[in-house]
Write a protein that binds this ligand. Sequence first.
Ligand SMILES: [Zn+2]
Length: 393
Amino acid sequence: MSLPPLVEPAAELTVDEVRRYSRHLIIPDVGMAGQKRLKNAKVLCVGAGGLGSPALMYLAAAGVGTLGIIDFDVVDESNLQRQIIHGQSDVGRLKAESAAASVREINPLVEVVIHNTALTTENVMEIFSGYDLIVDGTDNFATRYMVNDAAVLLGKPYVWGSIYRFDGQASVFWAEHGPCYRCLYPEPPPPGMVPSCAEGGVLGVLCASIGSIQVNEAIKLLTGIGDPLVGRLMIYDALEMKYRDVKVRKDPECVLCGKNPTVTKLLEDYEAFCGAISDEAAQAASGSTITAQELKAMQDNGDKIFLVDVREPNEYEIVSIPGATLIPKGEFLNGSALEKLPQDKRIVLHCKSGARSAEALAVVKSAGFSDAVHVGGGVLSWVKTVDPSLPSY
Ligand SMILES: [Zn+2]
């Protein structure tokens, strides 16, 4: 399926632009007309992280005239393994600012628009409406559904990508010509079922593999060349070194882009839709959450506690709270962890950030350990408030 170009060509290219983009200009399919379309294009990249880094750098180098960058976060040392648009001296700097500086260095002819804010239901429609195309580099389900819904409601195409460990996926969602993200994933996964990259890790170079597919598709859509990834899901396995693509059909019953849509405006709360933690976990954690400093005080007092780290072994290896016993969350969900818990000590659970330990806490409490608690903020909070000499990840 070929689609018409998304953008009208700019009036002309300057002498500098002709020199800079000559390797594009001599490709017959791109040529002068294609490069003029890129010059006229306005592309927004949601997130200047793992996928956003290579995406922004190649979009800039390709000569996309206006590049929007939206990110509210600051550069952390643990980002540098994959977020190559930022460097060592950018640690602590706003990602949108740092990314904009790199874009200007790669191509000063690009107009950069910095959106130094979180994407929210209040601003997403207004921000998206200023662009021809969105590149989605977000890493969480709540933002993904919001990006999809806003794009469909505005009739805009977007290029989606996702990465985890050695696996990547990409597609183009454009309700006018094919399915949307909800056609492929009608429901968010149950809370706690799909680990984030922060929990599960990601091979740095995978970001380039998927980010470059996203830019490739963006350029094709903007210039109207080739066969876009509309209605197809690209699946990449870096360990096997295999790409395959599967057909994704538009769901006639899709609540957003189907025949009788029931979602006709943005949801009020995407976090709630995706349920940051399950109801059971939230209930278990309510009134049974301690701070990292309270845990430290319990240990210093010599309280009879049994501290359990519910993360995965490789996370435990990176950093762990002194005295913690490792029992991964999966063992709580299948019940095998319970026989490892002493009856004469108070059970204290923790994970990286507090989400997984809340899930495990629900299991432990319903097994009768009624005074069990978990540590809000997990290891991250311990490192921040109790022992900053430990590494964070
Ligand atoms: Zn749909």
